[in-house]
Design a protein around this ligand. Sequence first.
Ligand SMILES: [Zn+2]
Length: 165
Amino acid sequence: MTEYWVSQGNKWCDFCKIYISNNPGSIRNHELGQRHKDNVSKRLAAMRKENIAKEKEQKETARAIEQIEAKAQRSYQKDKVKFEETRESHELDDQEWEFDSSTGYYYHKTNGFYYDQKSGFYYSDAIGKWVTQEEAYASPHFTSNAGHNGTNCKEILVNITVQIR
Ligand SMILES: [Zn+2]
């Protein structure tokens, strides 16, 4: 902040918004004057107030960022748990799959589905055509025969949790 600058032989006092004669005596005289002192303390008080407001704003911003981060962390944990649950149930399912060397496909022991590792497609006589994993998993033949309806899945997950503990 420039409090003073010289202009045409005068000095500008930014606190008082006036020109003072540019000589040591008049400057010293002005600076010792009550009006200048009042203006300086007013300016300092205003600056302090501004700083407090800024600090408050910064604290609020920091708190908001923390909340956003905590929320993101929570939803990440949730997704992770969901992902692990899904993976566990698929791992269990994996045990049912057996590689059939005569066809080159994986064969599911309980629901009779074939799985082609190369294309990622599934085949079942019940469906009568090759379908995507999504369609195969959605198929009632896939789940009912494999014993993977909702209740069983939950029970299996509970058992896993117990075993881990
Ligand atoms: Zn002044």
